[in-house]
Design a protein around this ligand. Sequence first.
Ligand SMILES: Nc1ncnc2c1ncn2[C@@H]1O[C@H](COP(=O)(O)OP(=O)(O)O)[C@@H](O)[C@H]1O
Ligand SMILES: [Mg+2]
Length: 275
Amino acid sequence: MTKAMASGGVRVRLTGIRRVFPVLDDAGRARGGSASGLVVLDGLDLDVAPGAFVALLGPSGCGKSTLLRLVAGLDRADAGAAVVEAEGGASGGGGARAPIAYVFQDAHLLPWRSVLENTALPLELAGAPVEERRAAARAALLQVGLADAGARYPAELSGGMRMRVSLARAMVTRPRLLLLDEPFAALDELTRSRLDDQLRALWAELGMTVLFVTHSIIEAAYLAERAVVLSPRPARIVADRTLSLPAERTAALRTEPAFAREVRALQEALERGGA
Ligand SMILES: Nc1ncnc2c1ncn2[C@@H]1O[C@H](COP(=O)(O)OP(=O)(O)O)[C@@H](O)[C@H]1O
Ligand SMILES: [Mg+2]
């Protein structure tokens, strides 16, 4: 894909985010009224520059997915604001050219649709003409190394290939913000590092803002320019590090002293946070 098709990134600004889930009793009623509940986020601030690649690192259950859902507009904060800001105005997402795409740990492909039809789905839902969406889906599949797999079906693919289709489907709308929630966590080590490389390459080419949730310190250090380390629930930011690593990430980097230093710093931050 050429630079002319690059989408660029948007700014993400979270201010004073609070999210409390009601604790329900056996009858499904909120126990103790609105005053009590599970406090997942409490006064969280985060400012992400357009085009940044940020890893959100934190222990299981601390509130990472909740945070991502708030950014995507899939959930509402009880206090504070989550703003996704294109130049010339704020946007909560939606519309024909949705600026936000979301990738989950499970690829969530429709088994009765071919790879090409799965990839084209967001454009189909947006009402794009068939030729246009097929062309865009082919381009997206090419970007993730699946140019020849368009006619195949999900059941015929490996886990890594399915996740690449999921990534292609996310990229087909040329999102300006890509949210990924532990997308490669279920894959084997080698497949995972290949997908890490592919994601870095997509980001370098297209320049969208990326928020990548992971509980892998090594993956966070390898992928991101900035790593935000969260404490156990309610998630506080215990470290916010700009990683001093070269822009070009290759497998060799994983064995270099600079990489080991970053990994150690993130590990210490996680421990400091009480993980
Ligand atoms: N819709 C919900 N209702 C009630 N509790 C929830 C809901 N979503 C998440 N939680 C709880 O909030 C906490 C944080 O969840 P989550 O954001 O999924 O954590 P993480 O992604 O960091 O593992 C967990 O204790 C989880 O059980
Ligand atoms: Mg989660």
